[in-house]
Structure formats: C-alpha cells, structure tokens
Design a protein around this ligand. Structure first.
Ligand SMILES: Cc1cc2nc3c(=O)[nH]c(=O)nc-3n(C[C@H](O)[C@H](O)[C@H](O)COP(=O)(O)OP(=O)(O)OC[C@H]3O[C@@H](n4cnc5c(N)ncnc54)[C@H](O)[C@@H]3O)c2cc1C
Length: 324
C-alpha cells in the first residue's frame, strides 16, 4: 500500500485492487499542487498528491515575490507548504504518475511504483521544464544562480547594477523593447546578441543613446563568480563581469497526462477556463502548465482548481430536486 495514505477521509467503494476511490487526485507537488492540496483538505475532501521530481525553480537559492515568504529558498517554502498539510493528514506520495485513464467520477492513475490511485476528480499541476541551449557553455550550470529568466524573480536586488541580457537573433521593435524593458533595473544593460543583430541604424542609435552596450560577437562561456554574478567570455577571449545574465530557455509543457485524457493543449499550456477547468469534465489544471510564470499565480490557480473540484463533487451528489 502507499505509505502515508490518508485513512480518515477514505471514502467510496473499494477497487478490486483494494484502493479506495478518493475525491481528488493531484498530480505534481510544486506550488500549484500543494496549494490545491491545502484547499482540497480544507474543503473536507479526501485526496492525495503524487509528486515526482523537483519543482522548476529548485536550482534557485531564493524565490522573489512570494507573499509573506519573499526571497526565501524555494525548497523551504515548499517544505513549509507540506508541513501545512500535516494537520489534515493529506498524503504526499513521491512517485511519477506514468498513466492516467478514466472519466469524470472515476479516474485511475498508475504510479512509477506500479501502484494505482483512483479519484473522482483530477487536478494536473505538473509544471514545465526549462530546456536551455547547449551554448554558451556553462549556461545550464548557472541557471537559477547567475543566470535568470525573470527580472521579477531576481532583479530588484540588482537595481542600479550591471545587467546582461542574452538575446540571440535580436531584431526589430520587439527586440528593442526587450532590451529597454531591462532598463527598469539599471541604465547599464549589456546585450549579448550572439551574432549580427537585425536592427535599423535608427534602432541601433536609440539603444546607444539610452546607454545600452550591444555586443554581437558570439558569447561562448558563462562562469559563476564567487559572491554572485557571472563572468561572460566572448569568442575573441574578451571577458566581462556582470551581476546577472538574463536568458530564456524553451518552455516545455509537462502535459502528456492531459493529452492522454483528451484535454486541449496549446503551445501556451493546457487550456483552462476561469475556474481552472480543462476541456475534459472532471479534470482541472493549474500552475505553469496552464499559463503564467510565477509562484503567486500557481498558488492562486491551485486554490481555484481545488475549490471548483470540491464544488463539482458536491454538485454531482445533489438530489435531483436541488439542481438548477
Ligand atoms: C530558475 C527559476 C527561478 C524562478 N524564480 C522564481 C521566483 O523568484 N519567484 C516566482 O514567483 N517564480 C519563480 N520562478 C517560476 C516558478 O518556479 C514557477 O512559476 C512555479 O514553480 C510554478 O509552480 P507549478 O506548481 O506550476 O510547477 P512546479 O513548481 O515546477 O511543480 C511541478 C511539479 O510537478 C511534478 N510533476 C510533473 N509531472 C509529474 C508526473 N507525471 N507525476 C508526478 N509529478 C510530476 C514536477 O516534478 C514538479 O515537482 C522561477 C523559475 C525558474 C526556472
């Protein structure tokens, strides 16, 4: 049997394998999933979180902009969220969900342990993966430390400092906007275009006038500096120190389970409505795998998904005379 399974709230008919039918199965124990768990428990619904692997921002030493936990380590925030579940006896199982089948009222998840979990409703909080390019060397190792993707997550700390932005293929008005956006932190913005930028003379002039340094020579290496920041090495061997390098990885959705259930998934995420309902009845989704890029949004989405799933269970069990 699954260790730590909730006995108090076990409800519903038994399964031939001996597994009870829980109210809500939550896949993913990051910010969205743990928030959904807390709201599921407080809604007096039984459930379980199945979570395999670290949260997306595990490499980062601090998480900025988290209500009442600003700049605390993400692992510490998630551990506190798990602690919050203790009084509710809400299990969090370390495993991957490898398959998910069924329909509204009775879904079955197969875990990497070979075990099975059944639930009336499913909340998918599986997040995204950041796929970083092979070059420059050292970029992946510095991800979340000297290399960041978001000035909201890590930027305020560097205000007035020396910032670098990695913008391969820099072009047009959109490119100019991306550069100038980073000047909310500091005037001293260095752009690594990693090749010739496709800018008009006017656009180049504008960046120069605003104090931006544009380097088109390929960036070949990123090293962490003791005490923070990065050393950037360009093809010619020239090196420059910066407080941070902003870059963007490819955002790979962890949406296989949603697709297997038939949920609509677009390039930006699993499609959900304002109640976090997917296009498949009984299936909810929240966090980065839907949209958004911030812990606050993931937590809010998890809470909404859990309230809606609990309400749907209530509604499903209403007598005919009480339904609209
Ligand atoms: C380097 C970095 C720094 C960041 N810093 C900040 C910051 O300072 N402030 C901020 O607000 N945001 C920050 N973010 C964004 C933040 O990490 C995300 O918005 C947040 O993690 C989204 O929460 P989530 O629950 O949707 O996904 P996650 O926290 O990534 O959790 C998803 C979980 O689901 C698990 N999972 C996936 N598939 C399965 C499966 N099949 N079975 C079981 N488990 C599964 C994953 O392993 C993971 O544990 C940062 C992101 C990065 C990359």
């Amino acid at each position: 049997m699954l260790r730590g399974m909730n006995k108090r709230f076990d409800t519903g008919p038994g399964h031939p394998d001996g597994f009870p039918l829980r109210d809500v199965l939550i896949v993913g124990g990051g910010f969205a999933g743990l928030s959904a768990a807390l709201y599921t428990a407080r809604g007096l619904k039984s459930g379980v979180v199945i979570s395999g692997g670290p949260s997306r921002n595990a490499p980062s030493p601090h998480a900025g902009g988290v209500f009442s936990r600003d700049r605390r380590p993400p692992g510490e925030i998630l551990a506190a969220a798990r602690d919050d579940l203790r009084p509710y006896d809400f299990p969090v199982i370390e495993a991957d969900v490898t398959a998910l089948t069924g329909q509204n009222g009775d879904f079955t998840a197969t875990l990497s342990t070979g075990e099975t979990v059944r639930a009336r409703k499913v909340i998918l909080a599986t997040g995204v993966r950041d796929v970083l390019p092979d070059t420059p060397a050292g970029l992946r190792e510095q991800w979340g430390r000297g290399v960041h993707h978001c000035p909201y997550c890590y930027g305020w700390e560097l205000r007035g400092g020396q910032v670098a932005v990695h913008l391969p293929g820099l072009s047009g008005v959109g490119g100019v906007q991306s550069v100038l956006y980073h000047q909310k932190l500091t005037r001293d913005v260095l752009v690594c275009a990693d090749g010739a930028a496709d800018l008009t003379p006017e656009q180049r002039g504008l960046l120069l006038e605003r104090g931006v340094t544009l380097i088109e020579e390929p960036l070949v290496r990123v090293d962490g500096r003791e005490g923070g920041g990065v050393t950037l090495t360009f093809q010619s061997g020239r090196t420059l120190d910066r407080d941070v390098l902003y870059t963007h990885g490819r955002r790979e959705l962890r949406a296989d389970l949603a697709e297997a259930l038939g949920c609509e998934v677009t390039a930006s995420g699993i499609t959900v409505n304002a109640q976090q309902m997917t296009t498949v009845p009984g299936v909810y989704a929240c966090g980065d795998v839907t949209k958004g890029n911030q812990i606050a949004f993931a937590v809010a989405g998890g809470a909404m998904a859990a309230m809606q799933a609990a309400y749907a269970i209530f509604y499903d069990t209403l007598p005919d005379g009480a339904r609209a």
